[in-house]
Design a protein around this ligand. Structure first.
Ligand code: PMP
Length: 364
C-alpha cells in the first residue's frame, strides 16, 4: 500500500458534498397487526440515499479510504463486478469525482439497472451464464484490472472497508436512533449480497449489546449461505449472488433465515400499496425475515432491518405483476396501519441527523 496523502481541496469539497447526500437516513417504525397482535418492526430507509440504495454508503467509504491510502489517483478507471446497485453507486460517484467506470454485470439483471448505469456515462460488460454468471463477472473484472494500467478495483466482496462502511455509519445511526427513543435492539436482520451490511451493522451493535441477535436472510429457493454453494434460482435481486463472499463470517452470525421470493415480492407490493413505501424486493425479504425473528423472540422484541432500495429498478420485473399466494407465506397475515420516522438533527457540533462525533443522543 502506498503512503497516505492529503486530498486536494477541490476533491475534499466534492467528498464533503457527497457525504451530505449519502447516509444519515431516517429510521422507520413500521406499525402493523399480525395474527391479531399489534407489532412494530424498525427499518433504515436506505432508498433515500443519493442513487437510491444502501450501496452508496459502501462506495463512498471505499473511495474515501482508497484516496487516503493512495490506492486511487485522479482519473483512474474504477472497475467492479456487481449485480446492479453497486454499479449504479460507482457510476454516479465515479462521475462526480471525475473517474471513468466499467461495470461487469450478469446479463439477467433488470433492464433498469443497466440503463441507469449507462445514463451516468459508465460502460457495462454484460456477462452471460455461459461465461460464468456472477463468478464470471468477478473473474473478468479482475482480469481487466490486471491487464490495464491506472485502474482501481473496489473488490466489494472481499474488501474489509465494505464492512467498515456499515460498522461506522449504518450501525451507529441505527443504535442512536433507537436509543433516542429509549429502545435497545434485540435483533438485526438483513439479506446478504456482499454481506457488508449484516457484518458491519452486526459488529457495531454487538460492541454495544453483546446479546443482540444478528440474522442473515437468504432466498428459500436458493440457500447459498446454509449450503455453502449456489443452488437453484431466485428473484430477490441484490442478495444471494451464487457464492459466500469472503467478508461474510458465518461463525459471527446467528441462524440464517430463509424467505421465499414470492413472499418477498408480495411484501414489497404491500409496503407500497398500503403505506406508500415503494421499496424493492429485498426490502420485502428483509421485512419478512425480521418478522420471522420477531415471532421467535416475542411480539415486543425490538427487531431492526434495512430497506436497501426503492422499487424503481424493478418496474419491468415480477414486482409489478400479480404474485400467487402460497402456503406458508406470511404477507397475507400482515395488516399495515402506518409508520413513524425518526430523524433528529445535531445542533451541537454538526448539522447531520445523527451526530458525526458519535456523541449520542445527549448531543442531539
Ligand atoms: N438488497 C439489494 C437490492 C442490494 O443491491 C444489495 C447489495 N448487493 C443488498 C440487498 C445486500 O447488501 P450487502 O451487499 O451489504 O449484503
Amino acid at each position: 500500500m502506498e503512503r497516505a496523502h492529503a486530498l486536494d481541496p477541490a476533491l475534499a469539497n466534492r467528498f464533503k458534498s457527497l457525504a451530505r447526500i449519502i447516509g444519515n437516513t431516517p429510521l422507520l417504525g413500521v406499525e402493523f397487526r399480525f395474527r391479531g397482535e399489534e407489532r412494530v418492526i424498525y427499518a433504515k430507509s436506505e432508498q433515500i440515499n443519493m442513487t437510491g440504495s444502501i450501496k452508496d454508503r459502501m462506495a463512498l467509504y471505499i473511495l474515501q479510504r482508497a484516496y487516503a491510502d493512495g490506492q486511487i489517483r485522479a482519473g483512474d478507471t474504477i472497475v467492479e463486478a456487481t449485480s446492479g446497485n453497486t454499479g449504479i453507486s460507482f457510476a454516479s460517484l465515479g462521475r462526480a469525482l471525475g473517474h471513468p467506470v466499467t461495470v461487469f454485470m450478469p446479463d439477467w439483471m433488470s433492464r433498469e439497472r443497466s440503463d441507469l448505469i449507462r445514463s451516468m456515462g459508465a460502460s457495462i460488460v454484460p456477462v452471460g451464464r455461459a461465461q460464468g454468471g456472477f463468478l464470471g463477472s468477478i473473474r473478468m473484472a479482475e482480469e481487466f484490472a490486471a491487464r490495464k494500467k491506472n485502474v482501481f478495483s473496489p473488490c466489494q466482496f472481499s474488501n474489509a472497508a465494505n464492512v467498515e462502511a456499515h460498522e461506522s455509519t449504518t450501525g451507529p445511526e441505527l443504535w442512536w436512533q433507537l436509543q433516542s427513543n429509549s429502545l435497545v435492539p434485540d435483533a438485526f436482520v438483513a439479506g446478504v449480497g456482499t454481506g457488508g451490511t449484516i457484518m458491519g451493522v452486526g459488529r457495531f451493535l454487538r460492541s454495544r449489546n453483546p446479546r443482540v441477535h444478528i440474522h442473515p436472510v437468504e432466498p428459500a429457493e436458493s440457500p447459498t449461505l446454509s449450503t455453502g454453494h449456489k443452488l437453484g434460482e431466485h428473484r430477490i435481486q441484490g442478495i444471494s449472488d451464487e457464492f459466500v463472499p469472503s467478508i461474510v463470517k458465518l461463525d459471527e452470525l446467528d441462524e440464517v433465515v430463509g424467505v421465499s421470493d414470492g413472499d418477498a415480492i408480495l411484501m414489497a407490493q404491500k409496503l407500497a400499496a398500503a403505506l406508500g413505501l415503494a421499496v424493492g424486493i429485498s426490502s420485502g425479504a428483509n421485512f419478512i425475515g425480521a418478522l420471522k425473528v420477531q415471532n421467535d423472540l416475542g411480539r415486543d422484541a425490538v427487531v431492526a432491518t434495512v430497506f436497501p432500495d426503492d422499487n424503481k429498478k424493478y418496474l419491468s420485473t415480477d414486482l409489478l405483476r400479480e404474485e400467487p399466494v402460497q402456503d406458508g407465506y406470511l404477507t397475507p397475515a400482515v395488516e399495515f396501519s402506518g409508520f413513524h420516522a425518526f430523524k433528529r438533527v445535531c445542533h451541537t457540533c454538526c448539522e447531520l441527523s445523527e451526530c458525526t462525533q458519535r456523541l449520542g443522543p445527549g448531543a442531539i
